[in-house]
Write a protein that binds this ligand. Sequence first.
Ligand code: PEP
Ligand code: MG
Length: 573
Amino acid sequence: MSKTFKGIGSSEGIAIAKAYILNEQPVEDFIKNDKISDPEKEIEKVNKAIEETKTDLKKLQVIALEKLGKEKAEIFEAHLSILEDPAIIDDIKQLIKNDKLNVSKAMFDVSKKYIEMFEMMEDAYFKERAADVRDVSERMLKHSLGLRIIDLANISEEVIIVAEDLTPSQTAQLNPKMVKGFLCNMGGRTSHAAIMARSLEIPAVLGLKTILSDVKEGQLIAIDGLTGDVEVEPKDKKTWLKKQEEFNVTKEELKKFINKGTVTKDGYEDFVLESNIGSTNDIESVLENGSEGIGLFRSEFLYMNNTHFPTEEEQFTAYKKVIEKMAGKITIIRTLDIGGDKKLSYFEFPHEMNPFLGYRAIRFTLDRKDIFKTQIRALLKASAFGPLGIMFPMIATVDEFKQAKEFTLETKKELEKEGIKVGKDLQIGMMVEIPAAAVNADKFAKYSDFFSVGTNDLIQYSMAADRMSENVAYLYQPYNPSILKLLKLTIDGAHKHKKWVGMCGEMAGEPNAIPLLMGLGLDAFSMSATSIPRARSIISKLTLKETQELAEKALECETTKEVLDLVKKVIKL
Ligand code: PEP
Ligand code: MG
């Protein structure tokens, strides 16, 4: 029987496909302490689990080689060597023979011992081995327990994934040809899974709270990633297919804006439309959608999709690749914005009650200058290949910005002394995503070459509403007059010192926000590449004057609804 649900539309598009339930209980929950009586039989099970794991890893190695290149695929070589390590395998067999442990308990105990041993080592190389052992032993344990092993990258039929939550790295693995959409109990428009879904053009509805228990594996689901509507076992599949067709037609029509200039109805040509990216793989989409630059490269994904802190050379290669592909258009790379919901498998952050308010982003890198130095050196070296903006995340005080800028300039001198070329077209800027920076923007603008407003965080901190929580998602209110006032302060503060202001938070690509932001005087809009044609079409239909009048009136409103009503009068989308 058909059932409908309403969640938060997080990545537009219509999808109709079977449910793929992603409900992973920790593997530890399945391990029993039962003793065994036949060690030989148990050892056979060890050998079988090893062989099955090897087969998996070899397959993954081939896929990684195709999708991610030789360097990334090498990780599987390291994983395969763990399965051939006589010390580990002998330890498992000894526990079975001597202590009569069952296969999974023996594997679990041995891998735990090695993980702890590697984690305690000082040397970064050995610390990283802990993550490798964890990965391989989990796969081996699952085989020994007969549990399903989920390789999201390997889904081979069209599905809609249904999960509690998707981590950014799980989302990055999704193949849009097979994964037609996803639904999560948790999250909202600005959680990183949603942001990545938009760049992969996968429709997504988040914040559904109970969807994981409401849907069964294989049930047909239809979803609307714009409105947040979900229908399980749809009554009227034809209506959904029609909606899908309409969506595709509009998308096709917008394509004519890809190669046009960004010009208002009255001929103003200075707005710039840029893209947000998370990896070098996203550049194709940036180029295909007529982007005028990269307004945000979230460099943390380079760290997250890795087993170690990326080296200077690894980072340099990635940054250079992006800058070169942009062929003279600006690339803004944000320094490591880790912490909050963005974790590293190879680094343990201190436990904090409120990680979003804690040790993260610039707070972390100013504290760990060794890690910061590697990144800044790589960025400066890459700047020789085209225009670059280096941008610091989560700046709260003028002092933090000055420290980070000073550190960058000292590093630049160091490189020049070493005879290494640094580019001339280099700007050093900051994110405005903490209200303290927005209200005092003119003070920061004296030192910063540019601002980029991170509305995802600016709204969460201004409203004191966790961006990951579906329970307070209603407080994500980009159109709230309080937020508009913060934006005005930011933009006016920058312009007072003749600096430019971009926005790389999700608000920049929202159709209803664009007229307001134009009127407030925003200079650059950075969004998922696929949103660019629509943004350009909206700009082309408005005069600068009418957007300025709109912004002025909106600032006087009391509620989000009043603002949106005003916007709707101006644009007939
Ligand atoms: C933001 O906060 O708006 C932003 C662009 O950064 P992130 O979403 O990565 O926190
Ligand atoms: Mg942010």
